[in-house]
Design a protein around this ligand. Sequence first.
Ligand SMILES: Cc1ncc(COP(=O)(O)O)c(C=O)c1O
Length: 422
Amino acid sequence: MTASTTRVTFSDGQTIAGMAAVEPVTGPMATPTPTPFPAPEIAAARLLIDLDALAANWRTIAALAPGAETAGVVKADAYGIGLEPAVRALHAAGCRTFFCATIDEGIRLRRTLPDARVLVLNGLLPGSQSTFTGHGLIPVLNDLSDIARWQDWARSLGRRLPCAVQLDTGMTRLGLKGPDTERLASEPGRLDGLDLRLWLTHPACADVPTHPLNRTQLDRFRTRLQHLPAAPASFCNSPAVHLGPDRHFDLIRPGVALYGANPTPAAKLRMREVIHLKAKILQIHRVDTPRTVGYGATHPVDGPARIATVGVGYGDGYPRSLSGRAEGRIGDHVVPLVGRVSMDLTTFDVSAVPEALAGPGAEISLIGGGVDIDRLAHAGGTIAYELLTGLGRRYSRTWSGTGADTGSDAGTPTITGREGTV
Ligand SMILES: Cc1ncc(COP(=O)(O)O)c(C=O)c1O
């Protein structure tokens, strides 16, 4: 790139002389990289993503709520596994309604699935109305001003516009609070011109089945719905699906369970593993005399021992809080993580593994392949959601499967939602 001194004119006509402008780059440097992920042969770790398992998990969850439509929550790049392949697989499994968080995720979704219902959870940012209608996205309206803005836009276009409305029943995050919900109930004209597809609320404590807020939120939701114009309703995230059919309403919104996590420890159903992260051993250290491993010299080794270093660290979303607290796997062999996780490197004690299986180039499973993502997250003081959405961009990525039902373990896709759902 070359910089030059020039006169820059802004779109409002203002001109500033003498500002450095950057000339456009031409030639090979201007070519965008075709994929943001390295090829397997040059990556220190491989992320294998099983789209058939994703689809099977969707079917499993759907079978738990046979009276409701089962949507797919695919925000944050489908919880880190890749939005486009994930939504194609879920669509092949029968999913027709998708929730994302942001407008740009919605646009990507729409480009991938022209006929899907795409709802944007984070609401209608001021100025985003034409983007919503231009891409056929449905906003989740989270307060009275969102509703008014969408209504104005519908009026200006002279047509009814679809929307969902979120009610806050105890999460205190997004959604209409009690008084605003009452106002909406007593002034239903606020919804004129809008095609209300869904009332939704979000449970705060569904992963703790005994938490009293679960009942409180359910009761509040039911009571509020009685006073509001009739429309389909939705309460459940993944863990709430396990709390019973009284929460399923017309549509369930599972996210993390689709990606192989089991957020409700008590649930009998286990989700299928969707991701498998395998890191190559870069180097083996033979320890024959006492020494320590890694930053802070936190892990003493007397020897004899073999320490394997892999090229994955907290810079890849493998949390530093796992230092000394996690395990990897080489086949059936459990290999303890020793010392501190550093930015690009982590060390495992492979002394108990036959040398032929644990040399440079051999792979250690860090997530999946026998390493349970929920247990791993717990060991690091976090949750599977964070491990998934933090999956690094330095891994190569391979997606296998299509999501189509092969008849093996999948069960019947269930979209038996009542007519008129979202
Ligand atoms: C409004 C809403 N619905 C559904 C989900 C999916 O939740 P889970 O991943 O726990 O299934 C989320 C995720 O946080 C959410 O914010």
